[in-house]
Design a binder for this molecule. Structure first.
Ligand code: 5GP
Length: 189
């Protein structure tokens, strides 16, 4: 997606060989024109899949997932992050390591928002090692819903997340693929 690449070139800050700061468009501020375009692109990619619901995780996934939900005309559900992993039977909870924060977080979705009739499109802002996406996939599986695919705005190809999920047979589409962040430079694939 050219527009997203262009905006990453303009505002992306390479923090290390591993981390690209995208606060200006994804993680702290929202560009409505770009976000709407990303939603449209996710919708185009998954339009034939009879999606009934979009699932993302708070907070940075919400704007792009909302844009996709609007385009596909389906509801959006976002997993919430909470501190202790409790034994509440009314929620699906999973524990996932956080890539950027360096600690483990618990994520949860209330059982009332996912069921076996759902065909779920999972959307997130970035994928690194894939822990967040795999946690959300476990929640979808536990609910009995079908996973139609995963849509990611920015995939870092030098980290294994996207590949490990594709290897399980799940369709993963990313709008922009980054081959490397070495030498302070964003190299697109
Ligand atoms: P994963 O679980 O795939 O290792 O990491 C995914 C999550 O960590 C994303 O939802 C994103 O919030 C954050 N993340 C991972 N790598 C980066 C990065 O390079 N830049 C930013 N801004 N966030 C990242």
């Amino acid at each position: 997606m050219e527009l997203l690449k262009q905006r990453i070139r303009e505002v992306g800050i390479v923090l290390s060989d591993e981390v690209l700061k995208l606060d200006a468009i994804l993680n702290h501020a929202v560009d409505p024109v770009l976000t709407t375009a990303m939603g449209r692109e996710f919708a185009r990619l998954f339009r034939e899949e009879q999606v009934t619901k979009i699932l993302t995780i708070e907070s940075s996934g919400i704007p792009i997932a909302f844009a996709a939900a609007q385009e596909l005309g389906v509801p959006l559900v976002f997993a919430r992050r909470k501190k202790p992993l409790n034994t509440d039977t009314e929620t699906y909870s999973e524990r996932v390591p956080s890539f950027t924060k360096g600690f483990v977080t618990d994520i949860m979705v209330s059982k009332e928002f996912l069921d076996e009739a759902d065909r779920v499109l999972l959307i997130d802002d970035l994928i690194a090692n894939g822990a967040a996406a795999r946690g959300l996939i476990r929640i979808i599986r536990r609910s009995g819903a079908s996973l139609v695919g995963v849509g990611i705005a920015v995939e870092k190809m030098f980290q294994p997340g996207g590949r490990t999920i594709r290897d399980t047979g799940v369709r993963v589409e990313s709008l922009v693929r980054i081959a490397s962040l070495a030498n302070g430079e964003v190299q697109f694939e």
